[in-house]
Write a protein of this length. Structure first.
Length: 197
């Protein structure tokens, strides 16, 4: 399963056999059970994660209610608030929605990789820039898109999520109550049927 991480890095920049070997010996993996939290509100993060298999939800507690802000599945990075270098208390939770296999990173392992090859530092910067870009795009959808548009975007970009995540969490993610999500889903289904008629 570790080969998935090497394949991921290879898509960013070609790796020499030595660089691939360095990744193999450096990888630390962990299997987390469904329901397990990787980080809770108030805790200080010491690890980041790469999802090899499974699904993780990011959520906040607002007025006693869970508000889902993101889902992470295979090939996604989970970077805690402030990253690993800034020691801040988390304002959110990260919870496994399935039994999940993760690559675990920390500041010491990250620095060790950089010392072995400058290419790893370059790749880390490129990955972080992509994560920031994706975060900004996601946040923009809450300003520019309707809940129905956010749902349709989620269906287009991650359709299998509907089979992996409870619908009330999908509803929270797009910013509506579960009953509103049911209406959105029915409207989209009816529209699709009419277009195919």
């Amino acid at each position: 399963m570790e080969e998935k991480l090497i394949a991921y890095f290879s898509r960013i920049m070609p790796l020499t056999p030595q660089e691939a070997a360095t990744i193999r010996v450096s990888i630390v993996t962990r299997t987390c059970l469904k329901g397990e939290h990787l980080l809770k509100e108030g805790e200080i993060a010491t690890e980041c994660y790469f999802v090899l298999k499974g699904c993780v939800r990011e959520y906040y507690i607002v007025d006693g209610e869970e508000r889902t802000s993101n889902f992470f599945t295979e090939d996604d990075w989970i970077i805690p608030p402030g990253g690993l270098m800034v020691q801040v208390q988390s304002d959110r939770f990260f919870q496994c929605l399935e039994d999940t296999v993760l690559v675990i990173g920390n500041a010491a392992r990250e620095q060790d990789m950089y010392e072995k090859s400058r290419k790893f530092e370059t790749m880390a910067r490129m990955i972080l820039e992509q994560i920031v870009h994706d975060r900004q795009k996601l946040q923009a959808t809450y300003i520019t898109d309707s809940p129905s548009q956010r749902y349709e975007r989620l269906m287009a970009t991650n359709p299998d999520l509907m089979q992996r995540v409870p619908l009330y969490q999908i509803a929270s993610y797009i910013g509506v109550k579960p009953e509103s999500l049911s209406r959105i889903r029915k409207r989209i289904t009816d529209k699709s049927r009419n277009n195919n008629a």
